[in-house]
Design a protein around this ligand. Structure first.
Ligand SMILES: Nc1ncnc2c1ncn2[C@@H]1O[C@H](COP(=O)(O)OP(=O)(O)OP(=O)(O)O)[C@@H](O)[C@H]1O
Ligand SMILES: [Mg+2]
Length: 273
């Protein structure tokens, strides 16, 4: 086909904008347009990264979401405690935007720990933080099943990169995977080692973090990245399950970073929520 006869489809949009080549501000407009496009590209890249960590999360069932407005203190028996837990979670999420630290949420089943952890996740994601949700049960299953299914070995390896690297990790229901504590610890040494390696890299940084900090001559903060742990177990039980070297890196002792859902009733038993 000759060039003259070729069927050119020029995008119509190029004709829409009348460009005055004598406009003295044309160069500035051009620079501004490029800046706007670059800003949009960067914004999209951040949003995609946040979505990626969410997609890579290890949920027990369907992915969870919990908005600030979903927390209804008035539906709880102890309204004041519910209000103060909700407010504290919002405050901690806002502080976490600027500085990494660990948070512990303790209490019995159904009191709202996972809900408030997810509420914090929503606030952090709105401020461009990547959040990885990991159900301890799901991680234990993946770790156990990887020996029978080679594809799960790859999946675990892939997820561990995200677990170590996320700005915020929610480690949900830590200790539940050990079963009824009175009947003995059902955690395998290899899973204990896995949790230790996660605790270490979140607290002390990944090898890349350490190399970079050394090169730049700066000290890493501890923890390097934030971890929010929810659990039904008390500290001594977690120490017995995972060992104090792991727990001291994951569980904060600072009262201002601990949310104790004491005496809160199990909301799964309520019909009005
Ligand atoms: N104040 C509240 N307002 C609205 N919903 C609530 C409130 N407290 C709890 N719920 C609801 O109660 C249910 C149980 O809460 P959640 O799963 O957060 O509990 P949990 O403490 O994580 O329990 P578990 O230890 O069993 O994991 C959820 O459906 C949650 O949305
Ligand atoms: Mg929970």
């Amino acid at each position: 086909m000759s060039l003259e006869k070729a069927d050119f489809h020029l995008p119509l949009s190029i004709f829409k904008e009348h460009i005055n080549v004598n406009d003295p501000s044309l160069a500035d407009k051009y620079v501004q347009r490029n800046k706007d496009m670059e800003a949009k590209y960067n914004r999209d890249a951040v949003k995609n990264r946040i979505k990626l960590y969410r997609d890579k999360s290890l949920w027990e069932g369907a992915p969870l979401e919990f908005a600030i407005s979903d927390w209804q203190p008035d539906k709880r028996k102890d309204v004041e405690q519910a209000k103060s837990l909700g407010n504290k979670a919002v405050l901690l999420a806002r502080q976490m935007i600027n500085k990494p630290f660990n948070v512990l949420m303790t209490g019995d089943a159904g009191v709202g720990k996972t809900s408030l952890a997810m509420m914090m996740a929503g606030i952090l994601q709105k401020h461009d933080k990547t959040v990885m949700f990991v159900s301890a049960n799901e991680l234990r299953d993946l770790s156990t099943d990887q020996y029978d299914y080679p594809e799960l070995k790859l999946k675990l390896k892939d997820r561990l990169n995200f677990i170590n690297d996320a700005d915020v990790l929610i480690l949900d229901d830590l200790g539940a995977e050990a079963g009824n504590f009175e009947n003995g610890n059902r955690i395998s040494p290899s899973f204990q080692r896995l949790i230790y390696s996660i605790a270490r890299s979140r607290f002390e940084g990944t090898r890349e973090d350490q190399k970079r900090a050394l090169k730049e001559g700066r000290k890493l903060p501890h923890p390097v990245r934030s971890t929010i742990v929810t659990t039904n177990n008390v500290q001594d039980e977690l120490d017995a399950i995972y060992g104090s070297r792991t727990i001291s890196r994951l569980i904060t002792l600072k009262p201002e970073h601990r949310l104790a859902f004491n005496n809160m009733e199990d909301m799964r038993q309520q019909s009005n929520i």
